[in-house]
Design a protein around this ligand. Sequence first.
Ligand SMILES: CC[C@@H](C(=O)O)C(=O)SCCNC(=O)CCNC(=O)[C@H](O)C(C)(C)COP(=O)(O)OP(=O)(O)OC[C@H]1O[C@@H](n2cnc3c(N)ncnc32)[C@H](O)[C@@H]1OP(=O)(O)O
Ligand code: CO
Length: 145
Amino acid sequence: MKLGRLNHIGVATPSIADSVAYYREVMGATSITEAFDLPEQGVKVCFVDTPGHDGTAGTQVELIEPLGPDSTLAGFLAKNPLGGQHHVCFEVPDIEAARAHFEGLGKRILGPTRIGAHGTPIFFLHPRDMMGQLTEIMETPKGAH
Ligand SMILES: CC[C@@H](C(=O)O)C(=O)SCCNC(=O)CCNC(=O)[C@H](O)C(C)(C)COP(=O)(O)OP(=O)(O)OC[C@H]1O[C@@H](n2cnc3c(N)ncnc32)[C@H](O)[C@@H]1OP(=O)(O)O
Ligand SMILES: [Co+2]
């Protein structure tokens, strides 16, 4: 498998509204998407754009807020009440080839491959098998380069 672009860094937050204000007012972000719910992932999500050098899309910050007490983020926010860096997400050209690659290495894959916030297939790898980082793998959107 060949490592692709760092698509986003997932940042857990107890309040997307507060985090959006922080990225605008403190970090000078000028492009932030509208928040939307992803019930199947148990999160509300929005993206902070960071500009690339040559007009290409930069890596995004993915702000994620739990949708309810059963959200997968609940345990993380109980341990980190202010929120913070939650996962890293790398693109790959072929999600099934990537899944087979990690399975072959004995890495624990957390659940089935599903459709993520960018509309392409994703899966997660257990942080204890990934040098302490919860790692999301996503298939590169069609037409992206
Ligand atoms: C917006 C949609 C989508 C996208 O398209 O981008 C998303 O990104 S959704 C993001 C949210 N979804 C997920 O995180 C799904 C995968 N996550 C999980 O399955 C679980 O969160 C988890 C990683 C298995 C942790 O579950 P939890 O119930 O919190 O278990 P523990 O508390 O027992 O943790 C086990 C172990 O792992 C350490 N840990 C937990 N979370 C993280 C983390 N974010 N980063 C690094 N390490 C983490 C935790 O400290 C425990 O360690 P040990 O005690 O040493 O075992
Ligand atoms: Co993500």
